[in-house]
Design a protein around this ligand. Structure first.
Ligand SMILES: [Fe+2]
Ligand SMILES: [Fe+2]
Length: 218
C-alpha cells in the first residue's frame, strides 16, 4: 500500500470529509485534506532530514494523512477511534501487520489529551501535526464570532518549521500578532502541544525550540 493509493482511497477521502465537517460544526479549525496532506508531508520531511529510510518516511506519510479520521466519529478520543478505523482499512491491503501496527499506534497516540510519542513514527507525526498553526486554518466566518482557537490561529501571520540535522534541532518560528491574541492566550492553547513536541523531539534525538516574535520561549 503506497501513500499515493491512500490519497486516492474513497473511504479515507469520505472519512476526512466527514471529520472536517463535524469539526466545523463544533467550531474547530480546518481538518480537511489540506491539514492531512500537510501533516503527511511535514512528518515525512522530518524523518527524511534526520536520515531515516524510505520505508519509514512512507509509513509516516500514511499515518499523517489518516491521523484525524477518528473525528468522523467523535472529537473526543478521535486518536483512538481513528486508529481503529485505520486498522480496518489497512487490514484489507497488502501491508504487513508490523507496518500496520506502527501506523495505528502513531495515530492512536497523536492527541495531547491521551497520547505522546512512543517511537520515531509517532514522534514525527506529533511534531508535524502540532506545528500546523496558520491563519488559513481558521474557517470563513465573521471575526466577531471568533473563539480563542480561531484568534490564536488567526494571530499567526507567519510560521516556519526548521530542521537542522547536524545540530539535531527542530525549531518552530512564529510571528504572532499580539493585537489579535495575547501571549497569555497563545500559551494557554499551545503550551501543552509544544511540550508534547519537545518530548517527541527527544525520541528523534533532537532538541525542540519555539521562537515567538524573535524570542526563544521553549
Ligand atoms: Fe488530531
Ligand atoms: Fe491534526
Amino acid at each position: 500500500m503506497k501513500y499515493s493509493e491512500i490519497k486516492r482511497n474513497k473511504e479515507i477521502d469520505e472519512l476526512i470529509i466527514r471529520a472536517d465537517y463535524n469539526l466545523g460544526a463544533i467550531g474547530y479549525t480546518d481538518h480537511s485534506q489540506i491539514h492531512a496532506g500537510l501533516v503527511a508531508e511535514r512528518a515525512a520531511y522530518i524523518l527524511e532530514t534526520f536520515g531515516y529510510d524510505k520505508k519509514q518516511t512512507e509509513l509516516v506519510r500514511i499515518a499523517g494523512y489518516m491521523h484525524d479520521i477518528g473525528n468522523a466519529i467523535n472529537r473526543n478520543h478521535h486518536a483512538e477511534l481513528g486508529a481503529i478505523l485505520a486498522n480496518d482499512i489497512l487490514k484489507k491491503t497488502d501491508m504487513s501487520i508490523t507496518d500496520r501496527l506502527l501506523i495505528v499506534s502513531a495515530i492512536g497516540h497523536h492527541d495531547e489529551s491521551t497520547g505522546g510519542a512512543t517511537d520515531v513514527i509517532s514522534a514525527a507525526l506529533i511534531i508535524a501535526d502540532k506545528t500546523d498553526v496558520r491563519r488559513d486554518r481558521v474557517r470563513e466566518k465573521p471575526k466577531a464570532s471568533f473563539d480563542v482557537h480561531d484568534r490564536v490561529n488567526f494571530a499567526v501571520t507567519n510560521s516556519k518549521l526548521k530542521i537542522n540535522s547536524e545540530k539535531r534541532e527542530i525549531s518552530l518560528r512564529l510571528t504572532v500578532d499580539e493585537k489579535i491574541c495575547s501571549m497569555y492566550e497563545y500559551f494557554d492553547i499551545f503550551l501543552g502541544r509544544m511540550v508534547m513536541c519537545r518530548k517527541a523531539s527527544e525520541i528523534l534525538g533532537a532538541a525542540f525550540k519555539l521562537i515567538v516574535n524573535g524570542n526563544k520561549v521553549l
